[in-house]
Design a protein around this ligand. Structure first.
Ligand SMILES: Cc1ncc(COP(=O)(O)O)c(C=O)c1O
Length: 384
């Protein structure tokens, strides 16, 4: 027998670690301090979780019998519908947003097809697309006073095999909304629209409308992971919109896909109405956290002319514009090696040029303030 296992070519199974993660690992192993400004896991962000209320809710839910429902328990679909202002018939419960993407790619694409998204963008999309054997094409968001979607950019990027447009609103990492006018632009291409709205509850300004249209198929994604700070409870949802006949067809197909997995645990579905109620308080703590860090960052940036804070409309990330003296990766490596500060270089998110660092607004405020002060000091010294 061949001693090399033949794996599929969907993914680069042994992709080498990037330089930043190698240095981060070395520092971890050596016990060196790291001011981690990339923390995006709410359960590690020193937020107080109402653990008693959560365990009581799960204890009650543990008594529920197994009642497999591919689209989700009726009570769970109704709870989501109540939360986001939708009809329960339009809701599909999934184990996560990632699973929602995978269901939708199965629904809308064949191997070799493409989906289109905006860059800078959520890095996982590339991997989720690859695992479904589809290509990820992109159009750039244009940064004017805000990050904008321009119709001609979308048009230029659509190829004959493009089957859907994916947008994230507010976007990770640019924090930009897809406005109502931009939704109209996207709909004009007559392709299904998948709108990842997991960060929608974290708006710093008046929020953009959730997507739900009658003219084209729309899929709005949300979940406990961000809206309730409960990524480990593994429950997300899709809200389907579109012309009535298309919606019926899509719901039947999604039911068939989901029936093969039945992946959402019954207890978490059973507990969902309570989890959503409890999640509102967790969300409030996370909102306070992101607002506090954004304010601190705004103040710090005002003191250093060489650094700019790009507009943030919502979400958990902020983008700094930094001088292009070295590559973003070199800058991030230097910040880590010399100051123990960990940030993401812009290229992780497919920025089309150098000069950007991405910071997580979820970081513990004292760590955030110290890390930001070190970044500012390092850039100030370098540019003086
Ligand atoms: C844009 C975006 N969508 C989805 C997710 C993950 O959601 P889930 O845990 O439900 O898969 C993330 C996590 O960082 C994200 O940034």
């Amino acid at each position: 027998m061949n001693d090399r296992t033949e794996l599929s070519r969907r993914a680069q199974w042994n992709a080498p670690a990037n330089r930043l993660s190698i240095v981060r690992e070395e520092r971890r192993q050596s016990g060196a301090r790291i001011l981690d400004l990339t923390e995006s896991n709410p359960t590690r962000a020193s937020i107080t979780y109402p653990l008693d209320a959560l365990s009581e809710a799960m204890e009650r839910a543990a008594r529920a019998p197994y009642d497999p429902e591919p689209l989700g328990l009726r009570s769970a679909r109704e709870a989501v519908a109540g939360e986001i202002g939708a009809n329960a018939e339009d809701i599909v419960i999934t184990a996560s947003t990632s699973e929602a993407y995978s269901f939708l790619f199965k629904l809308l694409t064949d191997p070799g097809d493409a989906i289109l998204t905006a860059t800078p963008s959520y890095p996982l999309l590339e991997h989720l697309a690859a695992l479904e054997l589809i290509a990820l094409r992109s159009f750039p968001l244009e940064l004017h006073r805000r990050w904008e979607i321009e119709s001609h950019r979308v048009r230029e990027a659509i190829a004959p095999r493009t089957r859907a447009i994916v947008v994230v609103s507010p976007n990770n990492p640019t924090g930009s909304f897809v406005t109502a006018a931009e939704q109209d632009v996207l709909a004009s291409f007559d392709l299904p629209i998948i709108a990842d709205e997991v960060f929608r509850p974290y708006a710093f300004e008046d929020g953009a409308p959730s997507i739900a249209r009658d003219d084209v198929l729309t899929f709005a994604l949300g979940g406990l992971s961000k809206s309730a700070g409960l990524p480990h409870y593994k429950l997300g949802w899709i809200r389907v919109g579109g012309p009535a006949h298309a919606k019926r067809e899509v719901m039947a197909a999604l039911e068939l896909i989901a029936d093969n997995f039945l992946s959402v645990a019954t207890p978490v579905q059973q507990a969902l109405p309570e989890l959503l109620r409890i999640g509102a308080t967790i969300r409030e703590s996370l909102r306070t956290r992101t607002r506090e860090n954004l304010d601190a960052l705004t103040r710090a940036v005002e003191l250093v002319p060489a650094v700019g804070l790009l507009p943030v409309e919502g979400g958990w990330t902020a983008v700094l514009r930094v001088p292009r003296i070295e590559s973003d990766e070199d800058l991030a490596l230097r910040l880590l090696n010399e100051h123990g500060v960990l940030v993401h270089p812009g290229y992780f998110f497919d920025f089309d040029r150098e000069g950007y660092l991405v910071l997580s607004l979820l970081t513990r405020p004292d760590v955030f303030a110290e890390g930001v002060a070190k970044i500012m000091e390092s850039i100030r010294t370098q540019t003086c």
